[in-house]
Design a protein around this ligand. Sequence first.
Ligand code: ATP
Ligand code: ZN
Length: 284
Amino acid sequence: MITLAIQKKGRLAEKSLELLEHCGIRLKNGSRDKLKAASVNFPLDLLFLRDDDIPRCVEDGIADIGIVGDNVVLETRASVERVLPLGFGKCRLSVAVPKQVPYADIRSLEGKRIATSYSNILQDYLDKTGVRADIHPISGSVEIAPGINMADAIFDIVSTGSTLISNGLKEVETILESEAAIYRHRGLGPEKLAVIDKLCFRIQSVNTAKDYKYILLNVPNEKLDEICRILPGMKSPTIMPLGDAGWSSVHSVIKEDTFWEIIEQLKAAGAQGLLVTDIEKMIL
Ligand code: ATP
Ligand code: ZN
């Protein structure tokens, strides 16, 4: 039995629950008004916490694993082990300055006041680069700090950059690329590690499947060779005769990012009746 801490409410909360659902893990009391929920079909208890509290809870072993952003783990400086990145909750932590202020490189921050809610990550970076600046820790609305003369620069989470622009700031330095990941307690025994492996195996199957599509198409037999060359697939495609003599049905798996290009080539090569479906799980 393992205890997994996830965010109670916020950007990672829904995605974390959705991921568990796609892994076939059902919860006894789906309600999140409580602090805890148990799974009915997997040896897992859930703890719902504020994301800032998750790294410490995992470090202390109150939870065995947690789903939390890399940014939060680094900021809390918790001693936990990163097990698996999850591909959601992506963001970056960047330095921004007022747009009219010239900026060459990190040394431009020497002696400057920087407002942030990520003091530790910023301090570590400044130490590493040998820059001395004055860090002003604030807990929210960091982007307004230069406008009210509280700071010369800010260090904050950026996702699209539109908040920066609307506050007259420009992004000048990215210090961390972050995403949600599974982190685990360092001192776990073999039974718990085995359950975590099982969970990670399911997560990887779900996440890999998202990058691929299953494709079915009808092909005149004389075009089969050409079509099979176009289809990259995991292995060679499945080919089955159709009821209509001279035609075959071809099944394959293709990567989402090359999808449209391949579809066009298949059509040009004479494929007909193309069907494309999502793949729910994929085990490589
Ligand atoms: P909590 O109440 O749990 O403390 P929070 O307000 O600190 O929540 P959220 O805003 O829900 O946190 O963000 C949670 C995580 O989502 C962040 O720590 C970060 O890893 C990730 N994230 C991704 N994109 C963004 C973004 N544009 N702004 C803020 N966080 C983001
Ligand atoms: Zn938080």
